[in-house]
Design a protein around this ligand. Structure first.
Ligand code: HEM
Length: 409
């Protein structure tokens, strides 16, 4: 009998971390896709918060994601509205309101246009040599620290490549990558007590981050550079410059979105390849273009398990009454395994057509991932897994905390 046949749908909380220990609960999502395509969960770990609807079918995720008038990004893109319900304790979610990702069109589209030029495939290509250099450097450093080649793919390599790539685009010196990684980990991994032991940790990280960016902004006001921070300072929307908070939080968004996403996709995709000899052979032999490998990496392990929307008006979906103000989670981890769109969706297969895959981002990441896989496989023909992996505790960040590998076999 199917393990999910007796699921208590009324009591099911898809945000319960216990369901996510081994990664996304794919069987449960399959059950919801069949039996309850619009399912309501309480947000059990956050007692002050209103619950949320799970959007799990591929076509519904696409439709809700497109309809920003009915389903707004503006409140928040994670399920919690607030982290602090004590008025005496500052809440980092207040600052998060200034990010482009929590803005709707038309302002959203104007903000996006400001940075989009930097992320076109053509502009990304201009960064090829720099990205190659960074990837080699990060592997070199990992080998210097661990001459026997026994490293952690996430801790020693995964974290640093995206941080250096996006950090340099923002105008940060390469040596600051470690700092950017630290701030990213201490602010976004808010469900994992190993990284964020309490809410104060997020504020402490922000109290270091904010003066760092302020100093960069001040120096660029005096002498602009050819970097994204200068571009944000100079940019105007409808004749007005961005507010200080908007510049600050744009920087923050680019830092965390650039960091968390690409490292998650690279490290979990490599793990899948290393676990499957046939797939690895297909990739190493060049039988499948690396562009397709990247797409299957993202389909199988989207970097973000979901993005949230908030209903702006009452609306009915699959017979359920969604009220204005209700939260909806667009579960990319479910849409990308929808059996009506992908054959045998739980099979990792670099040969498949992934054109319908959901949950992808910038052109920069596609190129970065392709180069990263290419260099890893070329430099390390004997690369193998070397121990137990460990998941990051999160229902939002779909990633590993640790993947021990042996670079030298
Ligand atoms: C494999 C890599 C990546 C994945 C899977 C990914 C995924 C996503 C997803 C799912 C969203 C949310 C869209 C929504 O709410 O509907 C998003 C937004 C965003 N991502 Fe990425 N992303 C990746 C790489 C990057 C990189 C390298 C950057 C650059 C720094 C970046 C910057 C952003 C920004 C700025 C937004 C907000 C866009 C907006 O508001 O329109 N992402 N990304």
């Amino acid at each position: 009998m199917n393990a999910t046949a007796s699921v208590d749908l009324a009591g099911l909380d898809m945000s319960d971390l216990a369901l996510w220990r081994e990664g996304p609960p794919h069987e449960l999502f399959a059950h919801l896709r069949r039996e309850a395509p619009m399912h309501f969960s309480a947000l059990g770990d956050f007692e002050h918060e209103r619950g949320f609807w799970s959007v799990v079918r591929h076509e519904d995720i696409a439709a809700v994601g497109r309809d920003h008038e009915t389903f707004s990004s503006a409140r928040s893109i994670v399920l919690v509205d607030k982290l602090s319900w004590d008025p005496a304790v500052p809440d980092p979610m207040d600052l998060a309101q200034h990010m482009m990702i929590t803005t709707d069109p038309p302002r959203h589209d104007r903000m996006k246009a400001l940075v989009q030029r930097a992320f076109t495939p053509k502009r990304a290509l201009e960064h090829t040599e720099r990205m190659r250099e960074i990837i080699h450097l990060v592997f070199d450093r990992a080998l210097e620290r661990h001459p026997d080649g026994k490293i952690d793919l996430v801790q020693d390599v995964g974290q640093y490549v995206p941080a250096m790539v996006i950090g340099e685009m923002l105008g940060c010196p390469r040596e600051d990558a470690e700092q950017l990684v630290d701030w990213t980990n201490r602010t976004t991994a808010f469900e994992d007590p190993r990284l964020v032991p309490d809410l104060g940790e997020i504020m402490r990280a922000l109290e270091e981050f904010i003066p760092y960016v302020n100093t960069m902004i001040e120096s660029r006001r005096v002498s602009p550079q050819d970097d994204l921070t200068s571009a944000l300072i100079e940019a105007k929307i409808d004749g007005d410059h961005l507010s200080h908070e908007e510049i600050l939080m744009f920087f923050f968004l680019l830092m965390v979105a650039g960091n968390d996403s690409t490292r998650a996709v690279f490290t979990s995709g490599m793990k899948n390849l290393l676990e499957d000899e046939e797939q690895m052979q297909l990739v190493r032999s060049g039988a499948v273009p690396l562009e397709d490998v990247v797409e299957e990496f993202v389909r199988f392990n989207p970097a973000f398990a979901y993005m949230r929307r908030t209903a702006t008006k009452d609306v009915e979906l699959h017979g359920q009454q969604i009220k204005a103000g209700d939260k909806l989670a667009l579960w990319y981890v479910s849409g990308n395994r929808d059996e009506t769109v992908f054959d045998d969706p739980n099979r990792f297969d670099v040969r498949r057509d992934t054109s319908a895959s959901q949950g992808f981002g910038a052109g920069l990441a596609r190129l970065e991932l392709r180069l990263w896989i290419e260099i890893a496989l070329e430099r390390f023909p004997d690369l193998t897994l070397d121990g137990e992996s460990d998941r990051l505790a999160s229902t939002f960040l779909n990633q590993y905390r640790s993947i021990p590998v042996s670079l030298l076999g």
